[in-house]
Design a binder for this molecule. Structure first.
Ligand SMILES: Nc1ncnc2c1ncn2[C@@H]1O[C@H](COP(=O)(O)OP(=O)(O)OP(=O)(O)O)[C@@H](O)[C@H]1O
Length: 334
């Protein structure tokens, strides 16, 4: 196993922003890490690249427990590199930016040149070798940062939202680079993204995070909550702020399943007078045969399965805020 984590926690200001009981990642695979803002993706990537230590729990790298003592991390950091969302380059040439890490590792000058050229070839940036990094676009900066990481011959590369701040043509280039790093160099890859479609194209496997916990897209729309009465309707109160209409006998704690086909995205103008309308931001979109799955953060991750025609009529994108209506008939107590 490349990584295993057990009871991993990262706590900031008394709050667990990451809380993973178990997670295992295999060598030689491409993993896509998905989740809404603040779900813990960057925190997990920083722990897996040995840049941040966990508050509790154990990380096993190649089946050995990792000691996060600073003086023991250097060899691991040479094998695992993280390419940041907004990479910082030194204000000098592309060549010197890549050369820096190689000099530290005392690699002779002639060899350095070969490595730098090969790394820039891999990201299609050889012609920029002498360019000053000030003149690079966001996409080109990302590619140089990938070349810089690659020059250190890593076994594992982690990417934090590699395409979030680049244009469409750079997105395609970065996608191809990541694919080639995996197939040609055999590098294990973990990347985070908000884009389920992109992750589905590129990753062998997807990992979903929600509020620091692993969340399975298979057991979707299953929530614990307490039944309460509001007016003439009973609701299940989930996560202390989400009301889902439910047919229940007693005002008790229950586990509910919300059928994603029964959930509707409605126009906001019609929504104002309905108490059970949920407002949320779309963080995942995926095409499934004749359907499109929309996952929105309404305080909980709520999955909505739409017919393709319904989806086309709605024209919603990742990041859009939408109004969602759950119907009592689509909610069962399990
Ligand atoms: N150094 C820190 N100090 C305090 N809180 C932090 C720190 N780093 C992260 N957090 C908090 O931890 C939570 C998870 O943050 P993280 O950056 O890992 O999420 P994310 O899924 O990568 O989000 P995004 O998609 O917005 O990048 C957030 O609530 C964030 O505010």
């Amino acid at each position: 196993m490349l990584y295993s984590v057990r009871n991993l926690k990262k706590i900031y200001n008394g709050r667990a922003v990451l809380d993973l009981e178990r997670l295992s990642l295999e060598k030689g695979k491409v993993y896509g890490l998905l989740g809404p803002n603040g779900s813990g993706k960057t925190t997990l990537l920083h722990i897996l690249s040995f840049l941040t230590s966990p508050s509790a729990g154990t990380v096993f790298y190649e089946d050995k427990p990792v000691s996060f003592a600073e003086n023991l991390l250097q060899p691991l950091r040479r094998e695992v590199v993280l390419v940041d969302q907004h990479p910082i380059l030194f204000s000098t040439s592309v060549y010197k930016n890549i050369e820096f890490g190689l000099k530290i590792r005392k690699i002779p000058k002639q060899e350095r040149k070969k490595i730098i050229e090969a790394s820039l070839d891999m990201v299609g940036m050889r012609e920029f070798m002498s360019a000053d990094n000030h003149h690079l676009s966001g996409g080109e900066t990302q590619r140089v940062a990938i070349a810089r990481a690659l020059a250190c011959s890593p076994k594992v590369m982690l990417f934090d939202e590699p395409t979030s701040s680049v244009d469409v043509s750079s997105q395609i280039a970065i996608e191809n680079i990541i694919r080639n790093l995996h197939t040609e160099k055999g590098i294990s890859i973990i990347f985070s993204t908000h884009d389920l479609l992109w992750a589905s194209k590129l990753a062998d496997e997807k990992i979903f995070l929600f509020e620091g916990h692993l969340s399975s897209s298979v057991y979707e729309n299953i929530f614990n909550g307490k039944v309460l009465v509001k007016g003439e309707q009973k609701y299940c109160l989930v996560n202390e702020n989400v009301l889902i209409p439910v047919k229940a006998d007693a005002e008790d704690w229950v586990k509910i399943a919300v059928n994603p086909k029964s959930v509707k995205i409605v126009a906001s103008k019609k929504a104002d007078d309905h108490a059970e309308i949920l407002k949320g931001r779309i963080f995942q979109l995926t095409e499934e045969r004749e359907k499109v799955r929309v996952v929105a953060d309404v305080g909980i991750p709520l999955s909505v399965l739409l017919k393709k025609k319904e989806y086309i009529d709605l024209r919603v994108c990742i990041g859009d805020t939408v109004m969602i209506k759950c119907f009592e008939h689509g909610v069962s107590i399990i």
